[in-house]
Design a protein around this ligand. Structure first.
Ligand code: SR1
Ligand code: MG
Length: 396
């Protein structure tokens, strides 16, 4: 579909299937896409605006690379549910057309994408607290411990997202360790290290296989599925989480681990850019990691007895066991995310910015060592103290 056809479809959709605009006579439609997968448009007049997401059945950057537009419906459904659960920490939905593959949603232009704010080393007063609350509310409250058995199973069915899960299964849990497609990249100084500690490390492969198996089989909670700094808007007012097109019923630790990984990468790169010293900004990022972990634990401890409905789960020992399981998996998925963003095909802005700079291999090694610790010693990460120790590790 060419650009004019997409715009005509959008106009038709807005006029006939939504009622957000008070006046639809003079709407301007501007493409604002910045990703490879979908098309994003801002539609506005002098008084109002909205964002339209068009998810075609192929990726935006390559029309021969097919991708089910089911992700569009899933994104719309999860945003509605997350809106209720989190008390408005996601964009509002104004309309959806499965036939046209369009979602109309709230324009959050007064917020900025956290990834860009991180690039500019901005410090925000409100980040970790609402983040921890969003995680507790959207993850824990969609588990079998809180929802009725039927509602939970209906949700699992609603969020079957095979194409997007396949991408994560391959890019997160396969390629970084086996390089079957040959797209991994890293500095030559670390090639022996990667060969020995990642490609030929049988124990690592076993532990990542366990995490992959949990990712594929544990229908635990309604997860965002791609919760990095590029999926979060931020402003002085707080956060809004968006772009949950990878959502499915999966392990809680995957979402928590993803946002912690995103912060950790930003921290390590900032330290590198600041001659190996911690800056005010990186200290804010480090504290945010501890506060997200502590904030989640705190909300869990305080609300578990009130939120959990099933009698057998209302058990102090189970409450302790389940929290430890979430925290162990969080550390494991934080590790797999750091590792894949460091050597895998889908890098992040922070790394792309510095990967050809002098002595980058030292940072690359540091990220890989941290990732290995998180994966292999994940059982030890049961509170924020363990994360504090992670920052103190000095290795070659
Ligand atoms: C082909 S998509 C590559 C990566 O970008 C997304 O944000 C996900 O993280 C995915 O793994
Ligand atoms: Mg995305």
């Amino acid at each position: 579909m060419n650009s004019d056809e997409i715009k005509n479809n959008i106009l038709d959709f807005i006029k006939n299937e939504t009622n957000y605009f008070k006046n639809t006579d003079d709407l301007k439609i501007n493409e604002v896409s910045d990703g490879n997968i979908n098309y994003i448009y801002r539609v506005s007049n002098d008084d109002q605006s909205m964002i339209i997401k068009f998810s075609d059945d192929h990726v935006r950057s390559n029309s021969t690379r097919k991708l089910s537009s089911l992700r569009n419906k899933i994104e719309c459904e999860i945003l509605k549910k997350q809106d209720e659960l989190s008390g408005g920490l996601v964009p509002k939905i104004y309309g959806f057309s499965s036939e046209k593959k369009l979602i109309a949603m709230e324009d959050l232009s007064d917020y900025e994408v956290l990834r860009n704010a991180f690039k500019e080393k901005k410090i925000f007063p409100v980040f970790s607290k609402p983040m921890a609350k969003f995680l507790y509310d959207t993850l824990f409250k969609t588990t079998d411990l809180v929802l009725g058995s039927k509602e939970k199973k209906d949700n699992v069915a609603l969020f079957v997202n095979y194409d997007m899960c396949e991408i994560s299964e391959r890019l997160v849990f396969q390629e970084p360790y086996l390089n079957l497609q040959g797209f991994n990249s890293f500095t030559k100084e670390n090639s022996e290290f990667v060969e020995e500690k990642i490609y030929r490390n049988k124990n690592l492969h076993l532990e990542v296989a366990k995490l992959k198996h949990i990712f594929m089989t544990s229908s635990e909670a309604m997860i965002h599925g791609d919760l990095h700094a590029g999926s979060i808007f931020i402003s002085e007012k707080g956060i809004k989480v968006f772009d949950p097109e990878f959502a499915f019923y999966g392990p809680i630790g995957y979402d928590i681990g993803n946002i912690l990984a995103s912060c950790l990468i930003t921290y390590v790169i900032d330290e590198y850019e600041n001659d190996g010293k911690e800056s005010k900004f990186s200290n804010f990022i480090k504290q945010s990691i501890f506060e997200i972990v502590d904030g989640f634990i705190d909300l869990y401890q305080k609300n578990y007895d009130k939120d959990v409905v099933t009698t057998l789960f209302k058990n102090e020992d189970f409450k302790f066991y389940y929290l430890n399981k979430i925290l162990e998996e969080t550390a494991g998925y934080m590790g797999t995310e750091v590792l894949r963003r460091t050597i895998g095909v889908a890098k992040v802005l922070d790394i792309d910015r510095v990967k050809t700079q002098r002595n980058y291999h030292i940072v690359e090694r540091k990220l890989l060592n941290m990732a290995l610790d998180l994966i292999l010693k994940r059982k030890e990460f049961i509170n924020s103290k363990c994360y504090k120790e992670l920052f103190n590790l000095e290795r070659k």
